[in-house]
Design a protein around this ligand. Structure first.
Ligand code: C2O
Ligand code: CU
Length: 632
């Protein structure tokens, strides 16, 4: 609310400057002889002085406060925008006058102010290093005007204008092309090239390949074959990429302490890999092409072996060009049961996915059939959001509990009534319910074209979820008693997420940065085994960023300054909504080079990738290279 009021005042004061400019134009254009023009311009200048000065001050104050409140009116804006405006509009007339005696300073000033206003807008949306660009352009413009005005004949003036403008376009075009080229990633590189050298602990260096579990005589064998297949989505048939012919792929079941051996056979025309999202496993089994392994080439096989440590709802998906491959259908659920399963629990696994046809599906269905549930028996609904965007839920019809987020079990979850909650992109939620006969629990997924999942008992009726407005807040859910927060961190990072125009890998577009950086530059979070670290994500952009860390669970400490007071929230994925600040902690207890990234896979493709790298771990794998490894 406060932010919106500030924004209104901010834009109003900007409008005052624009109107001042318009008024000057009218005065300059309309009124009689040059002398009269000058006189009225002066008069206007006198009249407008107070409001214009007030507008400046208001711009500065509101902009300043908004900056502290996470609006991305960045430091560049405050320093470059307003400062630039004052400098340009103040100096320009004097400069122009020095070049040519007959130039009317008020005309020069007008153009200078226009340029400066454009500059303010530019600074609002961009990052510091770009804020200089308008100065250069305005300089060019001023030079071209000065040259043209100094011409002695009409033809000369025309030639000079044409010449300087051609120069501007060629220079700008050249600059653009150069930036585009310079942004291209090398065709082959090692993540090691981007890590600061800090092997001060004298620790022995170990390669990712060596980070495996000791061999096990017994294992649960699973075959996953990636291949092209027709997938039916709400009556339409689309070409998809599948595991064993289906998307979602088969739901895999594992047990804590039981070795899994998954053989991936790649029958796709492109290389692929499997990442076990959320699973704490040895780094070499993490499935990140170019970091923890080479992408599995068409016709080749790869064996993943690991022993799950924590029960929970997980999913698996390709981590070779994932933005494309997950979109094509390469994902499925992985359920890890406790070592001694609680018997008598019914289970429903629901994988939601929005296809490129625009259809939201649950287990591939746009209209899933009601699920018959045995009354009086506890049921666990495991919901996986395999999308990049948050999945809005409306849940109701019968009392239920939230048993877990991702694989983090809730300590003493309380009973809940009808409510709304959004599952982060790539996030999971486990709901627990015991239905009485005639009762049913409904979960409505999505908003525009929702899909409703009905857990029904004999003769139950659908719930009306249209009036559900209460929003569930996980921060004070469950109980903290008997639990412990992760210890004080050895180091903390504060990472601003910003947005703006930019160049990335040969493309020009609107991109996000983390701490001003993009893949492969980091940020690189270098960690030391055994210590706890804290990361605060400050989202100054206007989009959701589901931040995900591989190979670890992290604890959500606070959101927007509100501390978690309920059950500790141990997750592998957290949505950082627009203008939100989220603080997490993790303990570095699983050596490796671990990706951490925004799980909006398009954002990751555009460079929103971090690394949590243990100081003594190296990787022999290359991004790019002859295996065409593409981790994001
Ligand atoms: Cu679900 Cu890096 O991935
Ligand atoms: Cu993002």
């Amino acid at each position: 609310m406060l932010l919106n009021i500030l924004l209104v005042f901010h834009l109003l004061s900007f409008l005052v400057l624009v109107m001042d400019l318009a008024a000057r134009r009218i005065v300059l254009r309309r009124l009689g002889t040059p002398k009269e023009k000058l006189a009225s311009t002066r008069r206007w200048q006198g009249l407008s002085k107070a409001p214009v000065a007030a507008a400046y001050v208001l711009l500065l104050i509101t902009g300043g406060i908004m900056t502290t409140q996470l609006w991305q009116f960045t430091d560049a804006w405050i320093l470059g925008g307003i400062g630039g405006y004052a400098v340009i509009s103040g100096l320009a007339p004097a400069v122009v006058k020095a070049f040519h005696k007959t130039v009317r300073p008020e005309a020069a000033e007008w153009w200078a102010r226009l340029g400066a206003l454009v500059h303010i807008v530019f600074c609002m949306i961009t990052k510091p290093s770009w804020a200089l660009l308008p100065f250069v352009l305005v300089g060019f413009l001023a030079a071209s005007i000065v040259l043209a005005l100094a011409a002695t004949s009409r033809t000369q003036r025309r030639w000079r204008l044409a010449g300087t403008w051609a120069g501007i376009f060629i220079a700008a075009g050249g600059l653009f092309w150069w930036q585009l080229e310079a942004s291209k990633l090398p065709s082959s590189f090692s993540m090691m090239d981007y890590m600061p050298m800090m092997h001060t602990h004298n620790a022995e260096m170990v390669s990712v390949e060596k980070l495996v579990e000791p061999p096990s005589a017994t294992a649960k064998d699973i075959q996953l074959t990636t291949k092209e297949a027709e997938v039916k989505i709400g009556g339409k048939t689309v070409k998809g990429w599948t595991y064993n012919g289906a998307s979602p792929g088969p739901t895999l079941h594992a047990k804590v302490g039981e070795r899994l051996r998954v053989t991936l056979a790649n029958k796709l025309p492109v290389p692929t890999s499997i990442h076990w999202h959320g699973v704490v496993l040895p780094n070499s089994q993490d499935g990140v092409a170019g970091v923890t392994q080479d992408a599995v080439q068409p016709g080749e096989k790869f064996v993943y072996e690991f022993t799950p440590k924590h029960p929970g709802t997980y999913w698996y998906h390709s981590h070779q060009d994932p933005a494309h491959q997950v979109d094509m259908g390469l994902f499925g659920a992985l359920v890890v049961d406790p070592a001694t399963p609680s018997d008598g629990e019914q289970e429903v696994v629901a994988v939601s996915h929005t296809w490129h046809t625009g259809d939201l599906t649950v287990n591939g269905q746009t209209e899933p059939a009601p699920i018959q549930v045995e009354p009086g028996k506890p049921l666990r609904l495991r919901l996986v959001n395999s999308d990049s965007n948050p999945l809005p839920l409306a849940i109701g019809g019968a009392p239920f509990k939230v048993l877990a987020f991702d694989s983090g079990m809730i300590n003493q979850p309380g009973e809940l009534g009808d409510l709304r909650y959004s599952v982060a992109g790539a996030g999971r939620i486990d709901l627990g319910v015991t239905l009485a006969a005639g009762q049913e629990l409904n979960v409505k997924l999505g908003e525009q074209r929702p899909v409703t999942l009905r857990l029904v008992t004999p003769r139950s009726k659908p719930a009306d979820l249209s009036h559900v407005t209460t929003i569930f807040d996980p921060l004070d859910y469950g109980s903290a008693s008997g639990t412990q927060d992760l210890p004080r961190p050895a180091k903390t990072w504060r990472l601003n997420i910003d947005e703006g125009p930019g160049f990335f890998n040969g493309r020009f577009g609107w991109f996000y940065t983390t701490d001003g950086k993009r893949f492969p530059h980091g940020p690189m979070l270098m960690v030391h085994e055994g210590q706890t670290y804290e990361v605060t994500f400050v989202n100054r952009s206007r989009d959701n960023h589901p931040m995900h860390l591989h190979g670890h669970l992290f604890q959500v400490m606070s959101i927007d300054g509100k501390a978690s007071t309920g059950s500790p929230l141990m997750v592998d994925n957290i949505n950082v909504a627009q203008h939100q600040t989220v603080t997490i902690r993790f303990t570095a207890d699983n050596p490796g080079i671990w990706m951490a990234h925004c799980h909006n896979l398009i954002h990751a493709f555009d460079g929103m990738d971090l690394m949590v790298a243990y100081e003594n771990v190296t990787t022999p794998y290359l991004v790019g290279g002859d295996k065409a490894n593409q981790p994001e």
